[in-house]
Design a protein around this ligand. Structure first.
Ligand code: SF4
Length: 522
């Protein structure tokens, strides 16, 4: 597009720009002077293009908001992606950002979240918003972020020569679909509505006044507002399709006008139409036969930032309660003796409380014994019943590597975990198995110390089989003796549901007694 597509005669007609003084661009002669970067003119848009009208209506809406709604335009930012429409960011005298293709919405999202005071307007084309950036569009709509998206739809990738795009009507021609587009286009208001936008409208550039009024409303709307502007692309799309009356280069200037006349003929204003039915219909040759226009949805919906703020209030209250509980929990003196890095591996299957047991050890070490600890966990892909593992490192010095290198003890509660973890146990390491669940293999390692604990049976006798892991924890605490009994009991009481604290403490004590007895005899 642009200059290289304008005829020599046209270039002569544009030569008055050569005397233009960019330092003196605000003449006061034109009502839009103050919002245009005169130093960036002449613009690159082709004769007959609809983008000039789209920009004019936008500026008109901004000026109205400044005058009638006390808008401070220093708080308005315009973001565009790439394409002919994207040039708006370069021409408008506001804080504006011309970003990469399809990424205007993520950029605007970042700006808005960093500075919620800003009013963000994304002004871009159909290829940018619905093609390359389509995913960002539906997610911004879903979040109902307070951003106005103005999408100028000219039915093709105009700037790059008129390739077929996501809104090219079915059957219409583009430079890459010379026999007619075999794909079906997006209905953009419907896409925005499906995403969750709370305001959407469509006009052609022919409806300049209605468009300007709608842009005012869209920018005032709290939440994600979307305005589609159907605009002629006189150089590319109109060249190939009947609305533009063919390829005759002499008609370049008139093509835009011809297209606008056609839009006037086929336009149908129907406010409140469900976006699903807000169609752009075409005949079998791709000629547009109906464009439904109007404001389709304008409804209140909690805006993204307001929703975040509401959640933040809830979180604040919960955090205050959690902090209070932390302050009120019992204080233990902590351990001051120096211990070497101690690694413990826990393994079993999902539902046995393997991960919880690992966390209880870590909490006991850090919160109550005031040592250093690192806790990691691993699962099989199954939701329940698959492999479950937990690893804890305990030290009296800061831990620089969180993963196990050579565990000195292991708590194992499934045959699979036995096969998997035993080879890694250090020579002389301590292996605890639930003897009701794990069978020692014929080639069991002789260089480790193995204890079988009837944990599941003991837990059954207590009336709660799920406390088997707690029996194992008690035995481990007594045998390995790197964490105090008081710390383990307190951590356990903090971690299990209130109604099972007693049974779990009993299970722990039984395990601890058995471990202590073994220790006394070795
Ligand atoms: S949209 Fe079409 S007519 Fe408009 S500037 Fe781009 S190529 Fe030219």
């Amino acid at each position: 597009m642009a200059e290289d597509q304008i005829s020599n005669n046209d270039m002569l007609e544009l030569s008055w720009h050569e005397s233009y003084d960019p330092g003196d661009w605000v003449t006061g002669l034109h009502p839009m002077d103050t919002l245009l970067r005169g130093e960036r003119l002449p613009h690159i848009w082709c004769q007959g293009c609809g983008l000039g009208t789209a920009l004019t209506t936008f500026i008109g809406a901004l000026q109205w908001l400044e005058k009638n709604q006390d808008w401070n335009l220093d708080k308005v930012s315009v973001v565009s992606g790439i394409g002919c429409t994207g040039r708006v960011a370069g021409y408008i005298r506001l804080d504006s950002f011309h970003t990469t293709h399809g990424r205007a919405l993520p950029f605007a999202t970042g700006l808005k979240l960093a500075n919620p005071e800003l009013k963000l307007v994304v002004f871009s084309g159909d290829g940018d918003i619905a093609g390359i950036g389509g995913n960002h569009f539906i997610h911004a709509a879903r979040r109902n972020l307070d951003i106005t998206v103005i999408c100028v739809n000219n039915f093709n990738y105009g700037m790059t020569g008129g390739q077929v795009g996501p809104t090219t009507p079915h059957g219409a021609r583009a430079v890459t679909t010379q026999y007619g587009n075999f794909e079906f286009p997006f209905n953009l208001p419907y896409l925005a509505a499906a995403g969750g936008a709370s305001f959407m409208a469509r006009w052609t550039v022919l409806h300049a006044r209605r468009l300007e009024w709608t842009l005012r409303e869209a920018m005032l709307h709290p939440g994600f507002s979307f305005v589609e502007i159907i605009a002629p692309c006189s150089t590319s799309y109109a060249r190939w399709n009947p609305e533009g009356q063919g390829l005759d280069p002499q008609k370049l200037r008139r093509r835009g006008l011809e297209v606008m006349k056609h839009y006037q003929k086929v336009g149908k204003i129907a406010h409140g139409t469900h976006p699903k039915d807000a169609n752009i219909r075409v005949d079998e040759k791709g000629l547009i036969t109906e464009i439904v226009e109007g404001i389709f949805i304008d409804e209140p919906k909690p805006e993204f930032q307001a929703s975040i703020n509401r959640q933040a209030q809830v979180a604040k209250k919960r955090w205050a309660a959690a902090n209070k509980a932390l302050e009120e929990r019992p204080q233990l003196p902590g351990q001051t003796d120096q211990i070497p890095r101690t690694e413990v591996q826990l393994g079993g299957f999902g539902g046995q409380g393997i991960v919880s047991a690992g966390r209880i050890i870590g909490q006991a070490a850090t919160i109550y014994d005031k040592r250093e600890a690192c806790f990691t966990q691993s699962y099989g892909p199954e939701a329940r019943g698959g492999a479950a593992g937990a690893q804890v490192v305990i030290d009296s010095s800061p831990i620089h590597h969180p993963h196990l290198i050579e565990p000195s003890s292991a708590i194992i509660m499934s045959q699979e975990a036995y096969a998997r973890y035993i080879p890694q146990l250090a020579v002389g390491g301590v292996l605890l198995i639930d003897e009701g669940l794990v069978t020692i293999s014929g080639d069991h390692r002789k260089d480790i110390i193995t204890y079988g604990i009837p944990a599941t049976r003991l837990a059954e006798e207590l009336g709660n089989t799920r406390a088997a892991n707690t029996v194992m924890l008690g035995f481990w605490a007594a045998i390995v003796s790197v964490i105090s009994k008081a710390a383990m009991r307190q951590s356990l009481a903090d971690s299990v549901p209130a109604k099972t604290i007693d049974v779990n403490l009993k299970a722990f004590d039984i395990g601890y007694e058995k471990g202590s007895a073994v220790r006394r005899h070795t």
